[in-house]
Structures are given as C-alpha cells and as structure tokens.
Design a protein around this ligand. Structure first.
Ligand code: CO8
Length: 255
C-alpha cells in the first residue's frame, strides 16, 4: 500500500490518505488501494466503523489534476473515470470523515460520502473545479446541494470559493468542529461509540436518514416505520430493551 495507511483498534478501522507530496490528491492508484483495503473490512462483522482521515495539513486537495490533465473525453468515458468512488460510498460500514486542512473538490466529495464529518477549526471546504474549467464529478453538485441547499451550493460551485469549518458547520455540511489537534481523537471516539451498538440498528438508522435525502416525506416515513418494525426481529432489540428494564449495560451481538 503506497497511498493509504490502515490502523485497527478493536472494532474501529482508521484509514489515512497518504500522498504527502500531492496533498493527498485522489489518484486512481489511491482509489484502487482504498477499495482493496476496505472491501474485505466492510464485510467483516467485527468491524463497526471506519474513520477516514488525511494529514494535519490536508484531508485531500481533490482529484489528481496531473493524472486527469492529459485525458480526452473518450478516455474518461471509456475508463468510467472514478466510478469506483460509488463503491466506497456504498460500503455498509458507517464512515466518519475526520478532516484537518483542505477538503477541496474530490476531497470535499469524499468527506460527503461519509456519514458524518468532524472538522478541525482550520479545515477548509470547497468545490473549486470551476477554476479548472470543469465541474465537480464525484457527487459535488448532487450531495452538496442536498446537504447545504441550492443557495450555498451554487455559491460554492459557481465562484469556486472555499468555506471555513465554522461556515460548513452552520451550513449543515459538518457535524462537529473541534480544535485541530482533537479531530482524530473525536473521530475515533465517535466511531467507537457507533461500533458499540448493534449493527442491524446502525444500518437501519443510516439507511433511513439517507432515505430522507432521496425520497418524499410520506415514503420516507413509511420506510422508517417498516424498518423500525423489522428491528423487532433482532436479538439486539430484545437485548437492548431488556437491558434497559433490568438497569444493566446491553451486550449487542449484531444480529
Ligand atoms: N492534484 C494533483 N496535485 C496536486 C493537487 C491536485 N488536486 N493539489 C495539489 N497538488 C500538488 C501541487 O501540484 C504541488 O505539487 P509540486 O510540489 O510537485 O508542485 C503539491 O501538491 C503542493 O501543492 P501547492 O504547492 O499548490 O500547495 P499550497 O499549500 O500552495 O496550496 C492548495 C494548496 C490551495 C490546496 C492548492 O494545491 C490547490 O489549489 N490545489 C488544487 C485544488 C483543486 O482544484 N481541487 C479540485 C481538483 S478537481 C476535482 O477534484 C474534480 C473531481 C471530479 C473527478 C471527476 C471524475 C469523473
């Protein structure tokens, strides 16, 4: 592995983007390595949460401009360039982005593929692709608009300006802003909490929340209620409710 580093602490896997000389630009090699390393972990029932992070200076400065620069439209289409990011987005293990520094272009889009974003006070978010003569290509126009609304998305995408962590939090993009040196600790602590809960409920919760971005209220409420009903088929539901009644800590088994 040249471009990603993995650490595992019990049920939490931290994946660190590692291309320091290119500000963690998201090359095809990085995407391939990220998928190779996370694919088996995503199927491992003993893994409860991923934390995706970069360095202290940069989360990721976008897709690799040098790799893309010489490609033609036919090359991009033939390779279905970056379609693999949808596999990352579709991993069923919860994902937390722990962001320090720049999260620009594909870096911001990668953070948005995660379930929550914890950012350092100095983090900077943006979709500056317009300055390169292109547009966001791995979800920026779609996810950002759903997350922060049309007004802010248009502003960021059309002007290419960046926004601070505080503006990103106020806009609804970022879940928590913490001191820069606390980002990874907060991320892994949140991951450990999520990983301690029963996996069926965690999956149901993620899928139901995301349903709110993709469907109307009536369908979303029905989806939520049916999933809620289905959780009563799990041992974890019985354990969680029994433990509450018996005034003890629950022991979830993920089934
Ligand atoms: N790709 C490749 N190399 C990069 C990138 C990048 N995105 N960003 C930085 N680098 C390289 C620089 O070229 C430089 O390399 P070298 O030392 O060899 O010259 C090195 O990293 C350090 O960069 P800087 O000297 O520029 O560092 P600064 O601290 O001065 O500036 C910035 C940091 C502001 C982050 C600046 O590097 C920058 O503006 N980077 C580009 C940001 C950007 O435009 N991102 C969007 C990229 S496009 C994209 O993400 C579209 C995704 C859609 C894909 C669609 C597929 C279908």
């Amino acid at each position: 592995m040249n471009t990603v580093k993995i650490e595992r602490d019990d049920r939490v896997v931290t994946v660190r983007l590692h291309r320091p000389h290119a500000l963690n630009a998201l090359s095809s090699e990085l995407l391939a390595e990220l998928l190779d390393v996370l694919r088996p972990l995503d199927r491992d029932p003993d893994v409860g949460c991923f934390v995706v992070t970069g360095s202290e200076k940069v989360f990721a400065a976008g897709a690799d401009i040098k790799e893309m620069a010489g490609k033609s439209a036919v090359d991009m289409a033939a390779e279905d360039y970056f379609a693999g990011w949808e596999e990352f987005a579709g991993f069923r293990t919860p994902k937390i982005a722990a962001v320090n520094g720049y999260a620009l272009g594909g870096g911001c889009e990668l953070a948005m593929m995660c379930d929550l974003i914890i950012a350092g006070e100095s983090a900077v978010f943006g979709q500056p692709e317009i300055k390169l003569g292109v547009i966001p290509g791995i979800g920026g126009t779609q996810r950002l608009t759903r997350l922060v609304g049309r007004a802010k998305a248009m502003d960021l995408i059309l002007t290419g300006r960046t926004m601070s962590a505080r503006e990103a939090e106020a806009s609804g993009l970022v879940s928590r802003v913490v001191p820069d040196d606390r980002v990874l600790t907060e991320g892994t602590e949140a991951a450990a909490i999520i990983a301690s809960y029963g996996r069926p409920a965690v999956t149901a919760a993620r899928e139901s929340v995301d349903r709110a971005l993709e469907t109307g209220l009536r369908d979303g409420l029905l989806f939520e209620r049916r999933v809620f009903h289905a959780l009563f088929a799990t041992e974890d539901q019985r354990e969680g409710m029994s433990a509450f009644v018996e005034k003890r800590a629950p022991v979830f088994k993920g089934r």
